[in-house]
Write a protein that binds this ligand. Sequence first.
Ligand SMILES: Nc1ncnc2c1ncn2[C@@H]1O[C@H](COP(=O)(O)OP(=O)(O)O)[C@@H](O)[C@H]1O
Ligand SMILES: Cc1cn([C@H]2C[C@H](O)[C@@H](COP(=O)(O)OP(=O)(O)O)O2)c(=O)[nH]c1=O
Length: 207
Amino acid sequence: MLVTIEGIDGSGKSTLHKTLGPYLADLDPVITCEPGSTWIGEAVRRAIREHADPIAEALLFVADHAAHLREVIRPALSEDRLVISDRYIDSRLVYQQVTLDGIIPDPLTWLRAVHHGWTIMPDLTILLAVPVPVALERTGKRESGEHFEQESVLTKVQEYYMELVEEDTARFLILDGTLPPEHILRVAGEVIRFRYDEMNRKKKKKY
Ligand SMILES: Nc1ncnc2c1ncn2[C@@H]1O[C@H](COP(=O)(O)OP(=O)(O)O)[C@@H](O)[C@H]1O
Ligand SMILES: Cc1cn([C@H]2C[C@H](O)[C@@H](COP(=O)(O)OP(=O)(O)O)O2)c(=O)[nH]c1=O
């Protein structure tokens, strides 16, 4: 089962992701992330740092995703493992919708077409929602400000995430990212456990 964690910068994804591994240790989950689960992640980081051309940057994120699928996601899913990824396809659908605006006509259609036919859609996506000012206050404490971490970008990104939810409500679980981290961990952890058990029960029934 593939679970992804999404949200704007500063929404608390990494905090949740780090603690889910130990919380669900009995399920032996594969804990992974985008960008950066393969060497292509280094190129992505450089593109972000050096404000590369937005199309080049978008395609590097896609290249990182392709390598991630081949090296981590597909092998783990083929063994029926539980995979939990900090960011995944939706990050591209929302962030690159912003960065490609005015550069490519209809960026969302283009982004979907680029992924079409080879990506694997998540079974469950946990979206951490926090007001943009709270996220900015949190990320403002970081030493390296990235070019995505601006109010105008994050406001659009949050809006686009909500549009994705409206299109596919069954896939998303929205959690209030301003709640205490232990509370978020318990809800996310128990929902993942329930869904994973349910999937395994259904599989057993088939045999
Ligand atoms: N639920 C929470 N409540 C308060 N602060 C949080 C919470 N989750 C994370 N933080 C803090 O906010 C900052 C950003 O969190 P992080 O997990 O790195 O976010 P992201 O990975 O989404 O950018 C960190 O300093 C972290 O300690
Ligand atoms: C995976 C992905 C990330 N990003 C952006 C979101 C982040 O601002 C940045 C780095 O991602 P990440 O390392 O997850 O940062 P954070 O922990 O702050 O959320 O890259 C995209 O623009 N497109 C993508 O496809």
